[in-house]
Design a protein around this ligand. Structure first.
Ligand code: B1M
Length: 214
């Protein structure tokens, strides 16, 4: 197997045996750590999603795959480019109520933190009320919401409504597999008084955050 195929395999099989030496090799050949994540590791995760969807994997196995992905990201994180200096803004991050998926959110946390943002991560399954309290306490410049389930997209609409009712209009950045730009513009944005932007991946999230903070 090629290095790419092996890296995808670790995620698909949920096995860490040989992962770190291969990541070290990948660091020599890839231009940056993020392209290792977005390339072979994500390809592996997509395959896991496909197999899971076809009932060829069970939740426990998908959890193992998630563990491998997290270990890979943790190993690669110190090699990522970090911009020191003044803080560009404060971001509150959360996976929405009812959703436990956090690998994408954690990646957004790393990318934003490495690029001058102060990130307050509220974790997973964050109910609107908890978010409202955190916004009042921390006064962020941006609220980042992540969600991977189809029902999470709907939960983002509810969250936007609840934030608006609480008088909050802080720009919202949304992302996650079940979302689209169209859904964001047609369903979430009309329920909110502030800006609502859709990010297709973590780097896009950074670009949009920079745009908001200009
Ligand atoms: Co679940 N899961 N899962 N899962 N899981 C999906 C999402 C699913 C598509 C798999 C499938 O069936 N094909 C499916 C959803 C179907 C749907 O809603 N229509 C699904 C399901 C059904 C479920 C359960 C219901 C299964 C069950 O229990 N029967 C259950 C739900 C539990 C719950 O949330 N209440 C469940 C559980 C789990 C695990 C716990 C086992 C595990 C998660 C572990 C964890 O996160 N700690 C898991 C996993 C790993 C997946 C898949 C396979 C991979 C997700 C992932 O980590 N991708 C996933 C299938 C898939 O996506 N291909 C699937 C890698 C990650 C880097 O990508 O999070 O998309 P992602 O983030 C991307 C972008 O989306 C974006 O940036 C990242 C890339 O740079 N992004 C943002 C994300 N958030 C952002 C926020 C931003 C900006 C960008 O700004 C704020």
């Amino acid at each position: 197997l090629s290095l790419e195929e092996r890296l995808a395999r670790y995620v698909i099989e949920g096995s860490k045996d040989g992962l770190i030496p291969d990541l070290e090799k990948a660091l020599e050949t890839y231009s940056d750590p993020l392209s290792i994540i977005n390339g072979p590791l994500m390809a592996g995760m997509d395959e896991v999603g496909r197999l899971f969807n076809n009932n060829q994997l069970i939740v426990a196995e998908v959890l193992q795959s998630a563990e491998v992905m997290k270990a890979a990201v943790a190993f690669l994180e110190p090699y990522m480019e970090k911009k020191e200096g003044s803080t560009k803004g404060k971001v509150i991050l959360a996976t929405v109520k009812g959703d436990v998926h956090d690998i994408g959110k954690n990646l957004v946390d790393i990318i934003l933190s490495n690029n001058g943002y102060e990130v307050i991560d509220l974790g997973i399954k964050v109910a609107p009320q908890q978010l409202i309290e955190a916004v009042r306490e921390h006064q962020p410049d941006i609220i980042g919401l992540s969600g991977l389930l189809v029902k999470s997209a709907q939960q983002m609409v509810v969250t936007a409504q609840d934030l608006r009712q609480a008088g909050i209009s802080t720009p919202i950045l949304v992302g996650g597999a079940a979302l689209t730009r169209k859904f964001t513009e047609n369903k979430i944005a009309p329920e909110y008084d502030g800006i609502v932007l859709y990010a297709k991946d973590a780097m896009d999230g950074l670009a949009l955050a920079n745009q908001i903070q200009q």
